[in-house]
Design a binder for this molecule. Structure first.
Ligand SMILES: NC(=O)c1ccc[n+]([C@@H]2O[C@H](COP(=O)([O-])OP(=O)(O)OC[C@H]3O[C@@H](n4cnc5c(N)ncnc54)[C@H](OP(=O)(O)O)[C@@H]3O)[C@@H](O)[C@H]2O)c1
Ligand SMILES: *[C@@H]1O[C@H](CO)[C@@H](O)[C@H](O)[C@H]1NC(C)=O
Length: 401
């Protein structure tokens, strides 16, 4: 067996998700059956200070040789970096990714890809021009669970797909949790609100089920009808947003299919005290449905229920170094059991495979679809009359934010 190809990552920004992602990135890939590649971190950059980048590298367990920078530009200029993971707030993705691509660096950029579709298109063009790999870090698309859902959908076991219902929330008391209005979830300067942060996951499953399953030549963008309620204290981020989507299909394919995609920063799919929480994703066909639990962004349990009485439930554990490893990951304050990963390594593997194979985009969420989903969110914001400050909606580059 040939030795695994090593993918050399640079980490741009050192916030909450950068920590989670990089810890997962450094888990031995053989723990999830991957033997052809390995990941390493060669550098990280913080815009605030070099000591922040240093403590980030220590915290995630990066090799001692990894370099710490106090400027994103220095990271981008590092010749040893194969690919840069961008983990700044959404407002900054366009500027940061454009800097990387302009310098010829491959990019894995956190979701939502950009603030609007036009920014996304320009990044795609720049990646093409420079021959760079570019992918939205929509990690859920790369879960083994998502592969299973795609398999069930294409097997025809659900019959003709008719409707998808998805819900993604963060169940918080925003006036309390984000009191000063500066947090990226409610701050318009950082493209705050439910839609861009969480709604992108509510849109993930309708697209996976009702768009990706149609032949490329005939599939068409969905029509969108949106309702949006703003977060009262700032009135410039959405608190609760609901989208009704119609995916056009011809008569022989079953006619138009529907999706209802909901999101909120205040609500939860059901309260944590609910002993039998409902599914956050339901994909319904004429012969039955598939349900996902507990949440649309990080589902770890599936249930296939068919009208003929079949019920198939499956757990989808997120592997890692395992019990006794003394290793812990999680997101923010919510820490997983010892040795359990957070499921972010699968998207990193996909980026690594693409680099090895010379592919320029992700397999299960291509750039055309990333742009289309940004268009749906643009239209939802247009109907909801939510526009962010010009300096983060702009396609001008470079702009100092
Ligand atoms: N895939 C997932 O599960 C997931 C989960 C959470 C978030 N995300 C996405 O990841 C991105 C970052 O989210 P996060 O929760 O990690 O945010 P965060 O904790 O606020 O971290 C963002 C980091 O970006 C850098 N930054 C640069 N300019 C900034 C500015 N003006 N304001 C604030 N931060 C600035 C800072 O790092 P330096 O000081 O080091 O430069 C900061 O620590 C968002 O786009 C979000 O949608 C994804
Ligand atoms: C209808 O759509 C299906 C799948 O989307 C496609 O395979 C078929 O060719 C289309 N039929 C017509 C008559 O356009």
């Amino acid at each position: 067996m040939s030795s695994p190809k090593v993918i050399r990552w640079g980490i741009l920004a050192t916030g909450v998700i950068a920590v989670t992602f990089t810890k997962d990135l450094l888990v031995d890939p053989t723990t999830r059956g991957v033997t052809s590649i390995k990941h390493t971190v060669v550098a990280a950059a913080s815009s605030s200070s070099v000591s922040r980048a240093e403590s980030f590298l220590r915290r995630v367990g990066a090799p001692a040789s990894a370099r710490a920078y106090d400027s994103y530009q220095d990271l981008i200029a590092d010749p040893d970096v194969d690919i840069i993971y961008i983990a700044t707030p959404h407002s900054h993705h366009y500027q940061n990714a454009m800097h990387c691509l302009e310098a010829g660096k491959n990019v894995l950029c956190e979701k939502p890809f950009t603030v609007n579709a036009e920014q996304a298109r320009l990044l795609v063009n720049m990646a093409k021009e420079k021959g760079c790999f570019l992918m939205e870090a929509l990690w859920t698309r790369y879960f083994p669970l998502a592969a299973y859902v795609r398999e069930i959908l294409s097997s025809g076991r659900l019959g003709t797909l008719v409707r998808v219902m998805t819900d993604c929330n963060i169940a918080t008391n925003p006036e309390k949790s984000f009191k000063d209005g500066k947090h990226r979830m409610v701050n318009s300067e950082l493209a705050g609100g439910a839609l861009l942060d969480l709604g992108v996951y509510s849109l993930t499953w309708p697209f996976l089920a009702l768009y990706d399953t149609q032949p490329r030549e005939t599939r068409k963008p969905p029509k969108v009808l949106a309702a949006m309620t703003k977060y009262p204290p700032t009135f410039c981020a959405d608190e609760t947003t609901t989208m009704v989507l119609t995916f056009p299909r011809n008569e022989s394919a079953g006619g138009d299919a529907h999706a209802i995609a909901t999101t909120s920063i205040r609500l939860e799919t059901s309260p944590a005290s609910d002993p039998n929480p409902p599914a956050s994703v339901r994909i319904q066909g004429t012969l039955g449905e598939i349900q996902l639990f507990p949440c649309a962004h990080n589902p770890t349990h599936s249930k296939l229920v068919l009208w003929d009485g079949t019920v198939e439930e499956k757990p989808w554990p997120q592997p890692g170094p395992g019990k006794g490893s003394g290793w812990f990951n999680g997101f923010g304050d919510s820490i997983n059991a010892e040795g359990e990963g957070q499921g972010m390594f699968w998207e990193a593997d996909e980026a690594g495979f693409a680099l090895c194979e010379g592919r320029k985009e992700g397999k299960y969420l291509g750039l055309e679809e990333t742009v289309l989903i940004m268009e749906v969110m643009d239209e939802t914001r247009r109907q909801g009359e939510l526009r962010y400050p010009e300096k983060i909606e702009t396609t001008k580059f470079p702009v100092q934010l």
